[in-house]
Ligand binder design. Structure first.
Ligand SMILES: [Zn+2]
Ligand SMILES: [Zn+2]
Length: 393
């Protein structure tokens, strides 16, 4: 009895295999995907020279990030500001956990007499701390954060409506965890924390999510954040440091740069900054930088990588170029003004992007003496240069 059942099953399996073999794949020849439309004119690329590079940290907690109420001993805003100025920061995002004050950031962090400053650009924001994950909000001016806290457990479409109404920037924090991964739609976010804390190696999965989002057509800006809660000699303000190319010296220009992607990340405030340019019309002059998007011409594009600032002239740095999520090439650079150029021809129609990871000698950070050993040979990360991305995606 058992054997005959087995024979019957074997026969059935053979029949279904033979059916599969005899069936033909029907691949439609003239199918048009209505979602894929020809790319219209792209907005002009902003000036590569009118503006300034400013550095800062976009994920810092103060004494207000305390479950038991304000803790003056922990991390007062005055201390954060003094430290930020001592390492040459132009801006800072103090992003306290909003759940500790039930959303009322306006009457806590922002109302602190130390919060306003004449020289350091202070971004208004908070760490939106929810069941489904954390994200930093940023704004050049105060906004009704209570509304954003209140909508946190609703549908993503409702959250998107409130975010739009408030006109705020949202950046996913530590997107892949290991704790509190970002469990919302990435349609809600403008930027992502792809480098959280001095431990670069912990960010591998967050970088995978970022690559997925780029491949899907979303131009989500990568940024860093130390996520410090109290003084430390390993991970503190500036590990890592986020650089923005701001068109003006204003908080709004910093937020704008976080949207348009003219941003790179360095291991600490003294580590070299990577800049990434492309010459799209073969005239020998650079026409675009990281974050910028252009139509490809079918002709070769010359890319240029520069390391600026505190480079170690007697050491060699390695630039790893990632093209569409895959390694494109690896180049060595050295000297007091390290520069590398390479050429590639992006396809005429398809979306493509190029981005950089720079490795090399670590840079000492005397105020946070044990951080350099932990960040290791990770020096800097660029945002991508984009081709054929739809600005209306
Ligand atoms: Zn968090
Ligand atoms: Zn945090």
């Amino acid at each position: 009895m058992y054997n005959s059942i087995r024979i019957a099953f074997a026969l059935l399996a053979m029949i279904s295999i033979s059916n599969m073999v005899s069936a033909q794949q029907q691949i439609p020849k003239n199918h048009v995907n209505p979602w894929i439309k020809p790319l219209g004119a792209l907005p002009p690329i902003a000036s590569l020279t009118e503006g300034e590079w400013m550095k800062g940290d976009l994920h810092v907690h103060s004494s207000y990030s305390s479950e038991g109420g304000y803790d003056p001993a922990r991390h007062p805003i005055s201390k954060i500001k003094a430290f930020a100025k001592s390492v040459g920061f132009g801006f800072i995002g103090i992003t306290d956990h909003d759940n500790h004050v039930l959303g009322d950031v306006a009457h806590n962090t922002w109302a602190d007499t130390a919060f306003k400053d004449n020289t350091l650009l202070m971004l208004y924001g908070a760490e939106w701390t929810t069941t489904r994950g954390h994200g930093n909000t940023f704004s050049a001016t105060p906004y009704d954060h209570q509304k954003f806290y209140d909508v946190r457990d609703q549908r993503d479409a409702d959250i998107a409506k409130v975010k739009k109404e408030l006109g705020i920037h949202l950046s996913a924090n530590h997107p892949a965890g290991p704790k509190d991964h970002f469990g919302f739609s990435y349609d809600l976010v403008d930027a992502m924390e792809v480098w959280n804390s001095c431990q670069w190696t912990r960010n591998a999965n967050s970088n995978l999510i970022w690559e997925d989002m780029l491949a899907s057509g979303r131009r989500i800006t990568a940024r860093g954040g130390s996520d410090v809660h109290r003084p430390s000699d390993v991970n503190y303000i500036g590990t890592p440091t986020t650089w923005v190319f701001a068109a003006k010296h204003t908080a709004q220009a910093v937020v704008d740069a976080l949207v348009n992607g003219r941003v790179s990340i360095s291991a600490n405030p003294y580590a070299p900054r990577v800049e990434f340019f492309a010459d799209i019309n073969e005239d020998g002059k650079m026409d675009m930088m990281m974050g910028d998007n252009a139509k490809s011409t079918g002709k070769p594009i010359k890319f240029r990588v520069e390391l600026k600032g505190n480079v170690k002239a007697d050491s060699t740095y390695t630039v790893n170029v990632i093209k569409d999520g895959r390694k494109f090439g690896s180049y060595k650079m050295a000297g007091s003004n390290p520069v590398v150029e390479f050429t590639d021809t992006p396809k005429l129609v398809e979306r493509m992007y190029y981005r950089l990871i720079v490795e090399g000698p670590s840079t000492d950070y005397p105020q946070v003496p044990r951080s350099a050993a932990v960040s290791g040979n990770m020096v800097a990360l660029s945002n991508p240069i984009y081709f054929n991305f739809d600005p209306h995606f």
